[in-house]
Design a protein around this ligand. Structure first.
Ligand SMILES: [Zn+2]
Length: 181
């Protein structure tokens, strides 16, 4: 997924302390809408300008919001363990690519380790596909927010999983260029 999440330079020990803290993990899971293994698991809380989920893992002192991290980085490391320098955004630092092209997805199975260069190359290849998520007229953030809002609405209305699936489909479809024709 193209689009650099907010710059984070979280030391490995700090990540580890959050991932080991059941209260932090429980807060994370409460904001992650899990579906089938294959489907995108969707972040239902804050979305950054790049369309990535934002998770406030901790309140840390200082003016930078160091305790707020991209939710997909949390999701991946919760599954795979801490990856040093993940998301530090230097040329040689590891980053996470969304194989599904949904920036708001936090299903670790849809994420793979790559480099910023690979991430850009994938975006260049795929963003012209009119049926793909990257073609969404609302942009990555608009798309991710619309889907998150749809899920929250379904949950607060007490709807079934099937009804919420309908909402997700509709929210995604609303931004596809071909719906204009
Ligand atoms: Zn996904």
């Amino acid at each position: 997924m193209f689009g650099r999440p907010q710059r984070v330079r979280i030391p490995a020990e700090l990540w580890q302390s959050w991932l080991n803290d059941p209260a932090v993990v429980a807060r994370f899971e409460a904001k992650r809408y899990q579906r089938s293994e294959q489907a995108c698991w969707i972040w239902t809380a804050g979305i950054s300008s790049t369309g990535h989920g934002s998770f406030r893992a901790a309140s840390l002192p200082g003016r930078s919001r160091r305790g707020t991290v991209p939710a997909h980085l949390f999701a991946y490391q919760l599954e795979q363990g801490v990856i040093p320098r993940l998301g530090w955004s230097g040329a040689d630092d590891p980053c996470l690519c969304h194989r599904c092209d949904e920036a708001g997805c936090v299903n670790p199975a849809h994420l793979r380790l790559g480099t910023n260069t690979e991430n850009r190359a994938e975006w260049a290849q795929r963003h012209r596909n009119p049926h793909g998520p990257l073609a969404d007229l609302r942009g990555a953030a608009g798309r991710a927010r619309a889907v998150a809002v749809a899920i929250r609405a379904g949950i607060s209305a007490g709807e079934s999983a099937e009804e919420i699936e309908d909402r997700i489909r509709a929210a995604r479809h609303a931004g596809q260029p071909l719906t204009l024709w």
